[in-house]
Design a protein around this ligand. Structure first.
Ligand SMILES: C[S@@+](CC[C@H](N)C(=O)[O-])C[C@H]1O[C@@H](n2cnc3c(N)ncnc32)[C@H](O)[C@@H]1O
Length: 285
């Protein structure tokens, strides 16, 4: 009898390691708040490999998978718009390394059972499942300009997509393919750096937010980021005050503005400690 152990594997060397032990791997994704990669593998009946050994093997292999060797400019480009195999790896690193900030943003989203939620720049959509569970009569929509992230997120959440609980669309955040007041909640984490026209972006978010809705915006502070070599390649960095001004001028009232400290977590691929900001804002009627 075959035994399904867990979800899926991105690190391709793992597939070979599993096969040599009589195990067949399938597709997978990461599910925060646990920040490890979950693996889906099928243990054939003739495999003598114990489940706990397998899990250790996978955890080790995932932790030790070499990060893609990208120069700062390449890394910046991938963070801004993931593509190809390097983009897939970057997507996974973001999923793990950014999970704590994403979870903190989720905590202030104030989801209601019927909330329609738009996440802009969701990457591999680590929050989609939790949001869907907290808003079972609503809907989660992820919009990202990266076709790769959209395809991977849709694949990871294929069942919820098929049921109409989730949707992933390839779109530029400044021209969202949604009508006025389509969402009660808009969430965006670690995308502010890429807003080409911040005022236009705020206006677009306000357009799709329903009256009484809520925007949650989270990003890492300029002070935390400015020493990182890749930010010289197209990142715009912000401390809190200019963003509060931007939102205020764009017709938002600030409900909450908080800092969030993230210690370094090398095991998650995050070697730096960050100070981040989380802002909750509501459209002024
Ligand atoms: C640094 S990643 C952050 C992913 C995820 N939110 C997280 O916190 O881990 C930025 C994501 O935003 C997307 N993105 C950046 N600019 C965008 C834009 N103008 N429109 C849509 N998506 C955008 C990128 O494709 C990428 O998937």
């Amino acid at each position: 009898m075959a035994c399904v152990i867990e979800r899926r594997i991105y690190a391709s060397p793992l597939r070979g390691a599993l096969k040599r032990r009589g195990l067949t791997s399938g597709d997978a994704y990461i599910q925060p708040p646990e920040t490890y990669i979950y693996v889906y593998a099928i243990k054939q009946k003739n495999s003598r490999f114990a489940l706990n050994q397998l899990i250790m093997l996978l955890a080790d292999a995932v932790r030790t998978s070499p990060p893609p060797a990208l120069a700062p400019a390449g890394l910046a480009a991938q963070l801004a718009h993931p593509t190809g195999e390097a983009g897939r790896q970057i997507g996974l690193r973001m999923l793990r390394g950014n999970a704590a900030l994403n979870q903190a943003a989720l905590r202030v989203l104030d989801l209601q059972p019927a909330s329609r939620v738009l996440e802009i720049g969701m990457g591999l959509a680590g929050l989609a499942r939790a949001i869907s569970q907290a808003a079972p009569a609503g809907r989660y929509v992820g919009a990202d300009r990266s076709a790769l992230m959209v395809a991977e997120a849709a694949r990871a959440h294929a069942t919820a997509v098929a049921r109409g609980q989730m949707k992933f669309v390839e779109a530029d955040a400044v021209a969202l393919p949604f009508g006025v007041a389509s969402f009660e909640r808009v969430l965006t984490v670690n995308t502010l750096y890429f807003w080409a026209d911040p005022a236009a972006q705020v206006a677009e978010i306000r357009r799709v937010l329903a009256p009484g809705g809520r925007l949650v915006l989270a990003w890492r502070s300029e002070a935390s980021m400015r020493h990182l070599p890749f930010v010289a390649h197209g990142f715009r960095l912000y401390e809190l005050p200019p963003v509060l001004t931007l939102l205020g001028e764009g017709g938002f009232r600030i409900r909450m503005a908080d800092t969030f400290a993230e210690p370094a977590a090398p095991e998650l691929g995050r070697n730096d400690a960050f100070e981040s900001f989380i802002v909750v804002a509501e459209p002024v009627c």
